[in-house]
Design a protein around this ligand. Sequence first.
Ligand code: B12
Length: 210
Amino acid sequence: MSKYQELAQLVIDGDIQRVEAMTKKLLDAGEDPLEIINEGLIAGINEVGIRFRDGEMFVPEMMRSARAMKAGMEVLKPAIAGADIPTAGKVVIGTVKGDLHDIGKNLVIMMLESSGFNVVDLGIDVPVDKFVRAVKEHSPQVLGLSALLTTTMPVMGEVISALDKENLRGSVKVIVGGAPVSQEFADEIGADGYAPDAASAAELCKQLVN
Ligand code: B12
């Protein structure tokens, strides 16, 4: 088993302490933090998703795996965050109403911050009007919406309609993401962009701001 497979297995096992320890060990050994995330932590949580879908894992175990993954990400955060980069722009981001998944959103935030963006995190289960208020209050160049459930994806469209109604649509670029979201869906609801992962989300924001 490779060291990344080992880390992925610890995420699957939901072994918070050992995920933390192994992530530290890999980081101290000079491994690339993004590789640790992609090959280890995300590989593990993806397998959890497959086992859950197939009825081999249940919510409590999935929750423990999610916590283990978060513990690993906390270890990597300082290694990813760039120091004192001039601000590239402002992004408001949140997970839409009804949806409590935030691991992917938090990863996107980490990448945005390390690319020099000023990020306002609205958290999870964010109602439509809270997104609208945040756009008024913070005047971001980009609004990011995250959804991991097919049942909460439509809320993204509702946010865009609400911005339209308030005549705010022209002042902010809306980008969407999350495992079930696609470019096709983004086009359908009139979003300005979609990105499949955190690194391309940061690239997308750079493009949209320029
Ligand atoms: C961990 C997890 C949980 C944890 C969440 C913990 C947390 N704090 O986030 C817990 C246990 C709480 C949970 C609960 C539930 N979950 Co869940 N969960 C998962 C799991 C295994 C992993 C998600 C994850 O973190 N992936 C890793 C991250 C890094 O990937 P990501 O989120 O896709 O994010 C990346 C990109 O999508 C993108 N991105 C994300 N957001 C954004 C935003 C923008 C703007 C951009 C540009 C990009 C972007 O960049 C990210 C980084 O690369 C998935 C399976 C899967 N593979 O997706 C199921 C999954 C999403 N869950 C599922 C379900 C069914 C549920 C529950 C309904 C289970 C239940 N019966 O209670 C509840 C719903 C709770 C709720 N109301 O939200 C289903 C959804 C099925 C569907 N078709 O809708 C999945 C697909 C599992 C499955 N295979 O069946 N879950």
